[in-house]
Ligand binder design. Sequence first.
Ligand code: MN
Length: 239
Amino acid sequence: MRTLFISDLHLDDARPETTEWFLAFAGGPAQSADAVYILGDLFEYWIGDDALSAAAKTVAGATSALAKSGVPVSFIHGNRDFLLGSDYAAAAALKLLPESITVDLYGYPTLLLHGDTLCTDDHAYQAFRSQSRDPAWQQAVLAMSVDERLALAQNARNVSMAHTGSAGMDIMDVNPDAVTKAFRDSGTHRMIHGHTHRPAVHSHDLGSGEEGQRIVLADWYDKGSYLEVTAAGFFSKDL
Ligand code: MN
């Protein structure tokens, strides 16, 4: 009885080894899981379900096989693959989840999210997030040619890299008040997220003697890894 969590794989045809790690995950530990949750940034970028990378096609084969074998695979959008839509989700047998959701894990309610919504000190990013989650903006982008969308995605990655380099480290991390609010709004005492690429387990003071546990998933830049949650607790594992 175990549920597995991954995020921030940033799969990209330019780094095919990462897709190989995903295949090792899907064909290995995921096989005996009760469920798999992908908490965003599965892909380095996503320009539409009509323009699939080789990695996206490979992933769809692996996740649909997992689902067919009885392991449900759920997906929360990240800030890179927020345009991933229902066509691809259907082809890959991914269950699309809202931006945050509380699930019961062996009797323990747990809040799941990508993590970008907690980084409220990064005003430039939050402004872009509001714009890019607007259905009208998304429709306009998806109506562009593939070349135009590729250029837009490349530009967004350049801007993001320049921003990550210049913004302070604390601005790029979660805001403590946003974390408190997420715990309070969901009524949970445990959350799992990715996005910050700072894997850790944090104790979060909720006041009045209450404590929340915030588990941050690792990215897959150097190696593949996942979080395993069982009735006994949670365990970070490398592939
Ligand atoms: Mn992210």
